[in-house]
Design a protein. Structure first.
Length: 405
């Protein structure tokens, strides 16, 4: 080229032009790709419903015992419940605005690692909110729904495989040999042994190491009729009220749309300080002597309660559930739980009172009542009642089920 300076000049000009074109085209494309795919980590909150929960923070030499609530759960954190503790892990797209993406109910003897919590950096991004969890042992119910701003990607990893979904509620039960996956609503893709299997609402499948998921089968028997409130309340349920006198305004219950789902809403906003209750009652009338498992589940959301805690006798909660049954000795018995979010007067709460987050869907599932009530376990299930009791309240229940196996 030294002998032909014109050729060298043309070579330099062509290279410069090509570099210019590459920059003109590449920089905007690179910026666009960055805007579309840039993610930022988000913290999650952990609330100890039944203390104490142990959290192992990444990079810390000591573990932290959580007895109330923390809003600094980050990627890499490992959460462990013991044989009595329970908690709820909440993922937000925006912690300040409390835009909830997913909730994870942690049952006893459960270990979960928060692998990834990320949201798009820019409002115009094409990326998804991402939540990746590793359930290493125990039982966890994960409910998720997109916030509306971005798509949502949720992945739950277990030793035997993984579950991917965006708008669903699933129960994951991880043991040494297998993982049981049940879908309450929505749908999920279950991966195992290099095979993807679609699992729809009210189906379940089993994952074993190195094997594809078992074909989905119908979920175990649900004894509750119209527990999703997709039909009028007159189907399966009876409505009843309780009040101290005729001049006390009674509460009411109706089916409403709440965040894309149907729910029964209890409400009463009258003179304060007056006891009242409104009930949804369903006759079950089922022989339970051959049941090995019986679990009560429902989603609870409390918007308002004027009465502190569960009242002076811990018997008036804005959401309550009561199972009436006859035990194996022929005695009439009942099992009850009450839910509340505030107790400013520090009134005593008996063992069956459960504090839940305010104005947030809380997925409740009991343990196996056939084991919990072993000393006087059910032989005949009489009825189930879901109700609100107290002064003034606004509360909801959804996806009520009494699941027997």
């Amino acid at each position: 080229m030294r002998k032909n300076p014109e050729r060298l000049a043309w070579f330099v000009l062509v290279c410069a032009f090509l570099t210019f074109v590459a920059l003109v085209a590449g920089v905007p494309l690179g910026v666009k790709a960055y805007v579309n795919h840039a993610l930022v980590p988000r913290p999650a909150s952990l609330e100890a419903i039944v203390p104490t929960i142990v959290v192992e923070y990444p990079g810390m030499s000591t573990n932290l015992a959580v007895t109330d609530r923390r809003d600094d759960i980050a990627e890499g954190a490992q959460i462990q419940t013991d044989r009595t503790s329970q908690g709820i892990l909440t993922f937000y797209e925006n912690l300040q605005e409390r835009t909830v993406l997913s909730t994870v109910q942690l049952f006893a003897n459960t270990r979960v690692e928060v692998v990834e919590i990320r949201s798009p950096r820019f409002a115009s991004s094409k990326a998804s909110d991402r939540i990746v969890l590793a359930v290493k042992s125990g039982r966890a119910r994960i409910a998720a729904a997109p916030s509306g701003r971005f798509p949502l990607y949720v992945e739950v990893r277990t030793p035997q495989g993984s579950i991917i979904f965006s708008d669903a509620s699933i129960l994951v039960e991880v043991g040494n040999e297998q993982t049981e996956v049940s879908v309450r609503y929505g749908s999920a893709t279950v991966r195992g042994g290099g095979v993807n299997t679609a699992v729809q609402a009210r189906q379940r499948t089993t994952l074993r190491l190195g094997q594809p998921p078992t074909p989905p089968v119908a979920a175990i028997r649900d004894l509750v009729v119209n527990g999703d409130f997709s039909q009028p309340l007159s189907v399966g349920w009876q409505v009843d009220t309780e009040r101290l006198s005729e001049d006390v305004q009674a509460g009411k219950v109706e089916v409403v749309q709440a965040g894309g789902r149907l729910a029964a809403q209890f409400s009463r906003m009258g003179r304060d300080g007056e006891h009242n209750a409104v009930f949804l009652v369903q006759k079950i009338d089922r022989d339970a002597r051959d049941f090995v498992s019986l679990k009560l589940r429902m989603d609870v959301r409390i918007l308002y309660q004027s009465l502190s805690g569960g009242g002076l006798q811990s018997s008036e909660f804005p959401v309550m559930v009561r199972l009436d049954y006859v035990d194996v000795y022929g005695n009439a018995q009942h099992w009850v739980r009450g839910f509340y979010y505030r107790n400013p007067d520090n009134l005593p709460i008996l063992y069956y009172g459960i504090q839940v987050p305010h104005d947030t869907w809380y997925p409740f599932e009991s343990g196996n009542l056939m084991e919990e009530l072993a000393d006087a376990k059910p032989a005949w299930i009489t009825s189930l009642r879901v109700y609100a009791s107290g002064w003034n309240y606004q509360s909801m229940v959804a996806e009520v089920g009494l699941v027997a196996e």
